[in-house]
Design a binder for this molecule. Structure first.
Ligand SMILES: Nc1ncnc2c1ncn2[C@@H]1O[C@H](COP(=O)(O)OP(=O)(O)O)[C@@H](O)[C@H]1O
Ligand SMILES: [Mg+2]
Length: 407
């Protein structure tokens, strides 16, 4: 799904600043303007034929919904509509959303913010199309566990776990705990560039019951806002990290964090099983080569035996710079699972690793970051920059977490 083709945008209507928006978008690499029409009612054929994936409709009135014009657009295309207005849009947002408008943009606006809203809308539509069920909002307010797993080493689990955790914190404004359960060879601390002063070993070796306060004393804060629990420094300590303690760690973390991202080793261990029990989203990572696909198939069989719900599994294809290039359709057929996310190969990943900076912070404009952002947005709603600080301070209500079926 993470095809890098520009998003096709059709611009309708008129309002102050819309010409500037059009100008800015027309030169943006991620956007392709496929047409414009001041009066959508007179351009329905043009609109229908444009192949637009988003309609940006400008309305000078910020105080009421341009119902007739929206009707005309709907008539011509099923593409989501983003309303753009220069007027003071008092109660418009609520009204617009309940009328099925995807979003409302108040002008003036930075181009990046505009583009982001367009990308987010397109990603949401793609997410909906990818699964037979719509995104469900979890009823529970507990933190969600997202586990990154693959039966193969070197497919990019740790790159994905660190990048995703970073963006759920930065982009979605959530409280995120990143746990390295690759107990012997974990390199989350290195990838995040943090000193593993305390590790999961120290955490599970504490006496007495673990509680949120205790947990807080054992996490290592990262500049992104993510709290990190690194793998043990000495590989031999790995054995002492028992699964019941890991289970408890996750249970406690759910009380204080919105998202718990877990990186794992390339095989099932007792600790992995304890994690699976608590996993809301299993990101199963594969590269497009036969050995990996074969092992992923075996993993799916194992998960089935464990009665792990298939609808919580998201297949992630990571291109990983390898030459491997199996046909996606064949892979989906072999695994009986749709590819939920695809991450392109990018030299920036290696550079980021060497700097000890997570990819989204080292290469924010890279294709990999874009794919990771799509992933983050599929799980958590994005929050405006303003609410991000508030969310960190715990002042914002719990997030909505979107669970959607992968197959
Ligand atoms: N999308 C990507 N593009 C380029 N290189 C990647 C990508 N994903 C992973 N890599 C590279 O692959 C190697 C293995 O990644 P890593 O995340 O450590 O795998 P795992 O945790 O599955 O063992 C790293 O050297 C990393 O730089
Ligand atoms: Mg790893």
């Amino acid at each position: 799904m993470a095809e890098q083709a520009p998003i096709k945008v059709f611009i309708t209507g008129a309002c102050a600043g819309l010409a500037e928006v059009r100008q800015a978008l027309s030169t943006h690499p991620d956007i392709e303007i496929v047409g414009t029409a001041v009066e959508p009612g007179k351009a329905d054929q043009k609109l229908a034929a444009s192949g637009a994936s988003i309609v940006l409709h400008g309305s000078a009135r910020g105080d009421r919904l341009p119902a007739a014009e929206i009707e005309s657009i709907r008539h011509a295309t099923a593409a989501p509509i983003i309303l753009v207005t220069s007027g003071a849009a008092g109660g418009l947002l609520g009204e617009a959303l309940s009328a099925g408008i995807a979003d409302v943009i108040m002008l003036p606006q930075l181009t990046d913010a505009l583009v982001f809203t367009i990308q987010k809308t397109a990603a949401m539509v793609a997410a909906r199309a990818a699964g037979p069920t719509m995104a469900l909002r979890s009823s529970s307010s507990e933190g969600k566990v997202l586990t990154v797993f693959s039966p193969k080493g070197g497919v990019g689990k740790s790159v994905i776990a660190t990048s995703l955790a970073t963006q759920i914190a930065r982009r979605c404004g959530r409280r995120v705990l990143l746990v390295d359960l690759d107990l012997q060879f974990g390199d989350v601390a290195i990838m995040m560039g943090v000193e593993p002063e305390k590790t999961i070993y120290d955490l599970v070796m504490t006496t007495g019951e673990l509680d949120p306060e205790k947990l807080a004393g054992y996490v290592i804060p990262h500049a992104s806002g993510v709290d990190v629990v690194p793998a043990p420094v000495r590989p031999e300590d790995a054995e002492l990290v028992a699964e019941d303690r890991v289970g408890r760690l996750l249970d406690v973390a759910k009380e204080t964090y919105d998202a718990i991202v877990v990186d794992t080793p390339a095989h099932f261990q007792a600790t992995t099983l304890a994690t699976l029990d608590r996993t809301d989203r299993l990101l199963l990572v594969a590269s497009l080569d036969i050995p990996t696909v074969k092992n992923v198939k075996l993993t799916l069989q194992t998960l089935n035996l464990l009665h792990y719900p298939k609808d919580r599994i998201n297949l992630v294809v990571n291109r990983n710079m390898s030459k491997a290039d199996l046909d996606r359709k064949d892979v989906e057929k072999a695994l009986e699972l749709k590819i939920a996310f695809e991450i392109p190969g990018d030299r920036e990943v290696g550079l980021a690793l060497n700097r000890g900076i997570p990819v989204p912070m080292s290469a924010p404009r890279s294709a990999v970051t874009k794919a990771i952002n799509e992933m983050a947005d599929a799980f958590f709603e994005r929050h405006a920059a303003k609410s991000l600080d508030a969310a960190r301070k715990g002042a914002v209500k719990r997030p909505s977490f979107k669970l959607r079926k992968a197959a």
